[in-house]
Design a protein around this ligand. Structure first.
Ligand code: MN
Length: 189
């Protein structure tokens, strides 16, 4: 957790400096409070994945940019070794493949603990999400309707509209989340 915090705070600071954004401007763009952004930059706060997603959206950059540097070419990634629980939230994240411009996607293994529910603000235009359930049962909010998905179910959806994730079951739900970015979205990188 310490690791993710240090990388996150320096990346956010760098990005904000590059844009020439004040904390106030960054708060306006991301919908995350100035106080919270300041705390993240100083490494004083460990934000939830939901908050990180807002920050990434506001800056028009992939989420994984804030988690760790991209790994090189051939690489074995083991979710059990990578899984983290930022802010002790009910969503755990294992960053399997960070975003790289040549491939245009990032891929996570996400775990929703029982009771987790999140409404996602629309991502940038053209962003597509893939959800493949590995374990348990979860629901996705697609076009205003909660759709139940169990192990083995896979869905691709346009993520530039409101959508959501929840787990109403009594066991954790684990899924792969592959987020594909259109070429234009990589300009910010
Ligand atoms: Mn989303």
């Amino acid at each position: 957790m310490q690791q993710i915090n240090q990388y996150l705070s320096s990346t956010l600071k760098l990005l904000r400096t590059e844009r020439g954004w004040s904390l106030e401007r960054a708060a306006r763009e991301t919908g995350v409070s100035k106080a919270m952004l300041g705390q993240i930059e100083r490494g004083e706060s460990s934000p939830t994945i939901a908050t990180l997603w807002k920050v990434a959206g506001g800056f028009s950059v992939p989420l994984s940019l804030f988690i760790e540097p991209p790994t090189q070419n051939v690489v074995v990634r083991v979710a059990d070794e990578l899984r983290q629980q930022p802010a002790e939230d009910d969503m755990l994240v294992a960053p399997l493949f960070a975003y790289t411009p040549e491939f245009g996607f990032e891929m996570f293994e996400l775990t929703l603990l029982p009771g987790y529910e999140r409404y996602s603000e629309p991502h940038e235009p053209g962003i597509t999400e893939h959800v493949i359930v590995l374990e348990g049962e979860m629901e996705l909010l697609l076009a205003g309707q909660w759709v139940t998905m169990t192990k083995g179910a896979a869905v691709r959806f346009t993520a530039d509209v409101p959508h959501g994730y929840r787990n109403l079951s009594l066991l954790p739900a684990v899924f792969h989340n592959l987020i594909h970015y259109p070429a234009a979205a990589s300009r910010a990188m």
